[in-house]
Design a protein around this ligand. Structure first.
Ligand code: FE2
Length: 341
């Protein structure tokens, strides 16, 4: 399981994870959920599209929700590059690897390059967006979880090693990672100085598992759950609150009205210095994924969002069961029964 060597001077400069584009069957329901529960700011809307940003974000959007009548889908994920010049370098990089790269027109974004990584994940790259006021001191307007800024995605991929090697070539570094034996199962990779911009989990893919916004304090997580409950949307809370093992943050996962999964969390540690070694986690040890809180339900592993028009590739090996709420409860019941005898 060789972790790729960090590339400090990559062929082009991605600065951070930037935005997600997802679909909705009911824009008004999506608007309610993302404004009232997650606490995003609606920057702009038209008849078929909602553009949201976090309270501390100045760029036009970090979440785009598009009207769509079929099964919920993710259209693409989006990274920012440092300058326009980096886009041309990115085009050369992708084409030199035989990967798709084309220029597309996207509202409220500068020149945008659409590429596909080796697994097929559609990725938009752009250098600029129009700016809007930061709303992070408009305390009187805060709603729900008061999401501050977009932070990362978790993408399921059938080959974490391959994805990790490819993203490392583009300058992404590994902050933490999970293994089973010598097999890489999950990697947390970053460009901005936090623990992650993108997380790869070995499962059929490419599929979007979740996208995540950071909040300013742990109470915001509870407030988001409370607001969901009081608005009659309590069942959108899928997992948590709890505290992750890797990166150590408190979290809650929600499902939006279409089934897209969004995480609120507080907050990652800072990571820049090059001598800091990635943290390894052994996936076979109990209690790995959370410090406390119930394990995930089966649906947390199995229900994900497909990317529009991209085929989901299966794992090419048989993997053992993942630790879920169901297996956790079964083990607890077995232990109780053994104790009672
Ligand atoms: Fe996450």
């Amino acid at each position: 399981m060789p972790l790729p060597k960090p590339v400090y001077y990559p062929p082009f400069n991605i600065t951070r994870s930037s935005h997600s584009i997802i679909t909705s069957r009911d824009l008004e329901a999506s608007l309610d959920f993302y404004e009232q529960v997650i606490g995003l700011v609606l920057t702009e809307r038209d008849a078929d599209t909602l553009y949201f940003r976090g309270l501390e974000e100045v760029c036009h959007h970090s979440l785009v929700v598009k009207r769509h009548t079929g099964e919920h889908q993710a259209e693409a994920i989006g990274f920012r590059v440092y300058t326009e010049e980096e886009l041309d370098k990115a085009e050369h990089f992708y084409r030199s690897k035989g990967l798709p790269a084309s220029w597309i027109e996207v509202p409220y974004q500068g020149r945008t390059l659409l590429v596909n990584d080796p697994t097929g994940t559609p990725v938009q790259l752009c250098a600029t967006m129009p700016t809007e006021p930061r709303m992070y001191t408009n305390f009187q307007d805060f709603k729900g979880g008061a999401a501050m800024r977009f932070d990362h995605w978790q993408i399921q991929t059938p080959n974490v090693q391959e994805q990790t090697d490819f993203y490392a070539e583009m300058g992404f570094r590994v902050s933490e990672y999970m293994v089973v034996g010598d097999k890489l199962m999950t990697t947390f990779m970053f460009r901005k100085p936090g623990t992650q911009d993108i997380v790869f989990l070995e499962n059929p893919g490419p599929r979007l598992h979740h996208f995540a916004y950071s909040v300013s304090d742990n109470n915001s997580l509870i407030r988001a759950c409370d607001i969901a409950g009081i608005l009659g949307m309590g069942d959108v809370v899928e997992r948590g609150p709890g505290r992750h093992g890797p990166a150590g943050v408190m979290f809650v996962y929600f499902r939006d009205p279409d089934g897209h999964r969004v995480e609120l969390f507080c907050d990652h540690y800072f990571l820049i210095d090059i001598e800091v070694e990635p943290v390894e986690w052994d996936m076979t040890k109990p209690g790995l994924s959370i410090r406390w809180g119930l394990p995930a339900q089966e649906c947390w592993y199995n229900e994900t969002t497909a990317f529009s028009g991209i085929e989901t590739k299966q794992l090419d090996y048989e993997r053992g069961p993942l630790s879920t709420l169901e297996t956790y409860l079964a083990e607890k019941a077995k232990a109780r029964a053994a104790k009672a005898q």
